[in-house]
Design a protein around this ligand. Sequence first.
Ligand SMILES: [Ca+2]
Ligand SMILES: [Ca+2]
Length: 166
Amino acid sequence: MKNNPPAPYVKYAIVANVVGGTATVSTNPAAETTEGVTVTVSIANIEASKQFKSITVTDVDSGAVATTTVTSGKSYTFTMPAKAVTVTVAVQWVTTVVYGDVNDDGDIDVTDAVLVLKHITDSSTLNAQQQIAANVNGDTEIDITDAVLILKHITDPNTPFPIETP
Ligand SMILES: [Ca+2]
Ligand SMILES: [Ca+2]
C-alpha cells in the first residue's frame, strides 16, 4: 500500500458492544478516530430490570485501555490508542430483593408461601436470589417458619418480617 496518509491522520476503528442485556452505547467520535483523541462513550436506554455493571475498552491486541468516569453508569472517556478498539458495556439484573416475594412478581401472596413449602419438601429448588427472599426470619435456613411468616404477612401486610426489623 503506497498512499497511506501521514501517521497523525490514520484512523482506527471503534466498535461498541453491549453484553448481558440491551442498551444504547454510542461513542463520540463514532466509528473511527485518530490516535490521542479523547473518545466519549455514552450509555442510555438500558432495558427495564437491568442496570449498568461495567465498561471495558480493549485494543485489537487485547490490551486494556484505561477509561475515565464522567458520570457513573452513563458517560466515560478514554484516549484513543494507535489501534482499533472495542468498547464493551456489561449490564446486569437489578438485584433488589423483596423479602417474602419469592417469585419476584411484585406481590407477597400464597404463591410465595407455596414456593417456600416446595423448597422445604425438595419438590423444587429456589435460586440464590429466591432463597434470600424466602428466608424472611433471617436465620440460617429456609423452613416452615418462613412459610408461616409469609402466610401471616398476607393477612397482616403492615407487619414487617423479622429480617426487616432492626
Ligand atoms: Ca410473589
Ligand atoms: Ca428462615
